[in-house]
Design a protein around this ligand. Structure first.
Ligand code: SF4
Ligand code: FES
Length: 253
């Protein structure tokens, strides 16, 4: 199992740009500490490549603490790698063994086109958010204090659970249909459960679902792989709530 330092073989997806044909390229990295995060291990690879005047591997990252949702690698056939409830930046090298071969690919989905190497374009998620993932609040000086609005504890907890979605896209990458229903379900639910979300509730769910379809995400077939791979434990019940919201909005027209 865990050991202090490892020698690894990496098979990494390299793709020059969005139009280029990509391929898996093999690299060796040595003396990788089991305390390193997966991204720190990738930093070691890139330092090695730069030292040899070769182009470093492009990958997305920002916070490196499981909050921003930027890191997005598909590691040994799993979004964010083998550990449960972690993002790639939170994955530690102690989850691998000396001598392992690790396959590293970008998240793959029609709506997440590869930009370069392991970087994909997830702006389709941003456009879904822009379609309805917000509430309109009067900021004229008469704004009601949110804390003065009574909310059932159970609803507040469920809304907070839904709001922990970091928009990483692992659910899409994992789904055989590249469905975005878990992501959109979470974004619809966090408002549907709160009084502040009621005013625009019908337009929100209809507009977000319409944008999701327009972006080319696939349909949900209740397989549940998205829930298993989601680093934030977003529940499938959010998809059911979104479907109820959508149906309600459709028949009230
Ligand atoms: S639902 Fe989970 S896997 Fe999907 S974008 Fe949100 S945090 Fe990532
Ligand atoms: S880099 Fe922010 S979640 Fe991984």
């Amino acid at each position: 199992m865990s050991q202090e330092s490892m020698n690894l073989t990496l098979k990494v997806w390299r793709q020059k740009d969005a139009m280029a044909k990509g391929e898996m390229v093999e690299y060796k990295v040595s003396e990788i500490s089991d305390h390193m995060s997966f991204l720190e291990m990738m930093d070691v690879l890139n330092e090695q490549l730069v030292a040899k005047n070769e182009e470093s591997v492009a990958f997305d990252h920002d916070c490196r603490e499981g909050i921003c949702g930027m890191c997005s690698m598909y590691i040994n056939g799993e979004a964010h790698g083998p550990d449960k409830s972690v993002t790639t930046c939170q994955l530690h090298m102690r989850s691998f063994n000396d001598g392992d071969t690790i396959h590293i690919e970008p998240f793959r989905a029609k709506a997440f086109p590869v930009l370069k190497d392991l970087m994909v374009d997830r702006s389709s998620f941003d456009r879904i958010q822009h379609a309805g993932g917000f509430i309109s609040v009067n900021t004229s000086g008469n704004t009601q204090d949110a804390n003065a609005i009574p909310i059932r504890k159970e609803d507040a907890d469920l809304a907070m659970d839904a709001a922990t979605c970091i928009g990483c896209g692992a659910c899409v990458a994992t789904c055989k249909n590249a469905s975005a229903m878990l992501f959109v379900g979470a974004k619809v639910s966090q408002f549907a459960l709160l009084p502040q979300g009621q005013v625009e509730a019908q337009e929100r769910v209809q507009n977000m679902v319409a944008q999701m379809d327009k972006e080319g995400f696939g349909a949900c077939t209740n397989t549940g792989a998205c829930e298993v791979e989601c680093p934030k434990g977003i529940s499938l019940t959010n998809i059911a709530r979104m479907n109820r919201e959508y149906l309600g909005a459709s028949i009230s027209k």
